[in-house]
Design a protein around this ligand. Structure first.
Ligand SMILES: [Zn+2]
Length: 127
């Protein structure tokens, strides 16, 4: 399956690192599960608010520098947070990353605070 990223998704990629934007675009072409981009670049004010709310633990989020995006799975146009959808999206990101030679990290692979909707460029390669 392949789908077109919505206008909203494309707008949310503004300010995101071009290599990550390219990955999102190819992942959309490869993913068996449709997704939308929910967040890309984040302001320090928003990050501080998320930390206060307990939704984020770090002041050093990769979202602050345009090195991370969050996605939401869509099934019949509805946002779904069911965990099994996210490894399927992640597989598309990883396949795209392999083709583009871009080191990407999926939050769902973290051993602590797994974050299924989150993808970021690998800090080791993109500091
Ligand atoms: Zn994130």
């Amino acid at each position: 399956m392949s789908f077109r990223l919505s206008e909203r998704s494309l707008k949310r990629l503004a300010g995101v690192h071009p290599r990550l934007v390219a990955l999102v675009r190819e992942a959309a072409a490869l993913s068996p599960v449709e997704f939308m981009v929910t967040e890309g670049l984040r302001t320090p004010e928003r990050q501080a608010a998320l930390v206060r709310a307990g939704a984020s633990r770090t002041k050093r989020s990769r979202h602050l520098t345009g090195h991370a995006v969050d996605v939401a799975a869509l099934v019949d146009g509805q946002v779904r947070w069911d965990w099994p959808l996210y490894p399927r999206i992640a597989a598309a990101f990883k396949a795209a990353a392999g083709r583009q030679g871009t080191a990407v990290v999926w939050g769902g692979d973290w051993s602590r605070l797994r974050d299924g909707p989150h993808f970021e460029l690998d800090r080791k390669v993109f500091p």
